[in-house]
Design a protein around this ligand. Structure first.
Ligand code: NAD
Length: 397
């Protein structure tokens, strides 16, 4: 039922110019056409706000304004900020004033620290706010990072950093001009299972890595670009790779400790499916590393749910399933036919440890582990993946 989009760029441009194709591949060839605007949305379903506001923060706690009060901010990250001593929710930026007022009451944010997308620039003179946390749809990250740096604030930006290397370059330049920190919300770098896996690979626990396999996929319910930003080219880029598949890309890099030298890829898009009129359904890629290790990655919004990272080395295997979830990680090391379950810690610490890392970088000017250079590196790999799929050729990095 699905057709692999596997044309040369030249052929795509010819077809698109002749009006013969629509959909993700044509749009990638021509860039994004929709305008981007931050808008207010209703409070997401299933969100429980704290019953009572937090105690007053410590005097050296970093004040953070949350930009975008959606599912990830309200369900995961704002509760995680409450668990830290290092930072607190000091402001909100939202296009939905009623939602923001309700969230503000629950988190003890004064009404005059609640900003809209229109009056955001006034945040520059608000000394209660040291930094912002951008939890907007991905296509809005670059613009709001630039605005935040122009307002003199440090920036924690959700993954993906942006939708192109060019946007990442703008963000890094703005951060340097403002002399403010830029961090990307790569939570797995603060999660005990993934940290233990990195240590195991560095110590040669499976010998030399030969192969990595990763699947990050789920089946998206009925939707369309107008209903869901994740189905919109302008707000989500190519779709699953920037969103869920980025975990597989990251895992391949932090498990091998290498950058890929060559990438080949295919994309798949079912015809006449409103979910995939603008984004790809599935992206499969093969990354070849200088050591000879190969990573085969699959990400999809149209396949049964899967979250795994597997490593096969010359003397053993590591199985992580689920590998990069919010919780419930399971990890097994197999050596000489013996399986050893590993339980390095509580995965739920990843959220507040990430916030502590950011707060400490802001307060003490310490280096950021998951910085803009890392975010840009990953967008370079994503762009190369699409180039490989479009051309049907191996792309050399
Ligand atoms: P969401 O749809 O639940 O929330 C997005 C929020 O952005 C909306 O509630 C709205 O307040 C705001 N918004 C402003 N302009 C908008 C527009 N034009 N269209 C839609 N919303 C608009 O999305 P989410 O799942 O919270 O994702 C937000 C960001 O967080 C994305 O970049 C995503 O990749 C990232 N994320 C990261 C993780 C992780 O595990 N690190 C998990 C989920 C999401």
């Amino acid at each position: 039922m699905s057709r692999p989009t596997h044309f040369s760029r030249r052929r795509l441009l010819q077809l698109a110019a002749a009006g013969l194709i629509i959909g993700p591949t044509a749009e990638l060839a021509f860039g994004r056409s929709q305008s981007l605007e931050a808008t207010g949305q209703p409070i997401p379903r299933g969100v429980t706000l704290p019953a009572s506001p937090p105690e007053a923060p410590a005097s050296d706690s970093v004040g953070i304004a949350i930009i975008g009060l959606g599912g990830y901010a309200l369900r995961q990250m704002m509760p995680a900020i409450q668990r830290t001593q290092s930072c607190h929710v000091a402001g909100l930026v939202s296009g939905n004033r009623d939602k923001a007022l309700a969230v503000g009451r629950a988190y003890g944010v004064p009404e005059d620290a609640i900003y809209s997308y229109e009056n955001f620039d006034a945040i520059a003179t608000d000394d209660r706010i040291d930094a912002v946390y951008i939890v907007l749809p991905s296509g809005l990250h670059a613009e709001w990072a630039e605005k935040s740096f122009a307002a003199g604030k440090h920036v924690l930006c959700e993954k993906p950093m942006a939708l192109s290397v060019a946007e990442c370059d703008r963000m890094i330049a703005a951060s340097q001009r403002a002399d403010r920190k830029l961090m990307i919300g790569y939570r797995c770098h603060f999660e005990p299972y993934n940290l233990a896996a990195m240590d195991l690979m560095r110590s040669g626990a499976v010998g030399d890595i030969e192969w990595i396999g990763s699947k990050h996929q789920y089946t998206m319910g009925p939707t369309s670009p107008a209903q869901n930003w994740r189905a919109s080219r302008a707000l989500a880029g190519g779709g699953p790779l920037e969103d869920y598949g980025l975990y597989g890309v990251q895992a391949a890099l932090y498990l091998t400790g290498e950058l890929p030298a060559r990438i080949s890829a295919t994309t798949t898009t079912p015809a006449n499916d409103p979910r995939f009129s603008e984004v790809f359904a599935t992206v499969e890629s093969r990354l070849e590393f200088p050591s000879g290790a190969v990573a085969e990655l699959s990400t999809s919004y149209d396949l049964p749910g899967s979250n795994e990272a597997l490593v096969r080395g010359t003397s053993g295997e590591l199985i992580m399933r689920p590998a990069t979830s919010y919780g419930g990680q399971v990890m097994t090391l197999v050596r000489d036919g013996v399986s050893e379950p590993l339980t390095p810690g509580d995965p739920s610490v990843q959220f507040h440890r990430m916030m502590d890392h950011f707060a400490s970088a802001v307060r003490s000017n310490t280096p950021i582990l998951t910085d803009g250079v890392m975010g840009r590196r990953d967008l370079r790999i994503i762009e190369a993946t699409y180039q490989a799929a479009e051309s049907g050729r191996v792309v050399t990095l």
